[in-house]
Ligand binder design. Structure first.
Ligand code: HEM
Ligand code: HEM
Length: 192
């Protein structure tokens, strides 16, 4: 089992981070979609109740993932130099930016809300009752908007993976699923 990435294949650390975070993001965004459809029914109370803690977990994981991606940037599958390859590079960078900015602004808002910071049932800061407006304003303005933008980008990302698989019939999905790519196969460029 290879921990690090290679030009033909993502290693197990990248794959574990990718699929764990994909699940957490589906939980996170799915919860908010269901809340807007169903309202605050009992199931949603639990689901939405995990929102801040799971969001901060996503923030912690994306920092680890970004550092790992930087460390592996010369080893992992390269982006092709054509327009599609460069669109894929920009798309992936935007996904990283939003995975950082969306939860970071919300955590900042929580810290400035005066209601205290409690995550996974642990109180990290007690309520003060005093809201700090400049800390809450950025998330109030854009947390939802940027989160829905992230959802749209994820939908585009998954659509491109399907195009690779069923349209162009290349091995892009395999290298993230973990099935071994034939070592003799030519290097593939990233274009989703
Ligand atoms: C990547 C992580 C996160 C995603 C994808 C996400 C996504 C969302 C979405 C889609 C909404 C609904 C917006 C709307 O109703 O139009 C929302 C609302 C909310 N989120 Fe998050 N969130 C994340 C992290 C966090 C974190 C870490 C916190 C708290 C520390 C948080 C606190 C809230 C709150 C209080 C609301 C309701 C107020 C508002 O819409 O701004 N979120 N989030
Ligand atoms: C069903 C859902 C998903 C599928 C099938 C999927 C599939 C893939 C595949 C096949 C690759 C490799 C692309 C290449 O080498 O060009 C990839 C890379 C990537 N995916 Fe996904 N993905 C999914 C969900 C997500 C989600 C939710 C995110 C987070 C926002 C995400 C973010 C990324 C990023 C940033 C990369 C670049 C490699 C990295 O730095 O980890 N993916 N994905």
């Amino acid at each position: 089992m290879l921990l690090r990435d290679t030009p033909n294949h993502y290693g197990s650390v990248t794959r574990l981070l990718h699929w764990t975070m994909a699940l957490l993001l589906f939980w996170q965004l799915g919860g908010m979609i269901m809340k807007s459809v169903l309202g605050r029914v009992p199931l949603m109370k639990f689901w939405v109740g995990t929102h801040a803690s799971i969001g901060v977990l996503i923030l912690a994981l994306v920092v680890v993932r970004a550092l790992w991606a930087l460390r592996n940037r010369r080893r992992r599958p390269a982006y092709s130099s054509n327009a599609i390859g460069q669109a894929a590079r920009i798309g992936h960078i935007l996904l990283y930016l939003l995975m950082i900015v969306v939860p970071a602004l919300a955590l900042f808002r929580m810290a400035g809300s005066g209601k205290g910071v409690t995550l996974f049932g642990i109180e990290f800061a007690a309520p003060t009752g005093q809201e700090i407006a400049w800390m809450t304003a950025p998330a109030n303005a854009v947390h939802g908007l940027l989160a829905w933008t992230l959802l749209a980008l994820i939908a585009g990302h998954v659509a491109m993976v399907l195009v690779h698989r069923f349209g162009w019939r290349d091995d892009t999905l395999s290298r993230m699923l973990g099935r071994r790519v034939d070592a003799a196969a030519p290097l593939q460029s990233s274009t989703d």
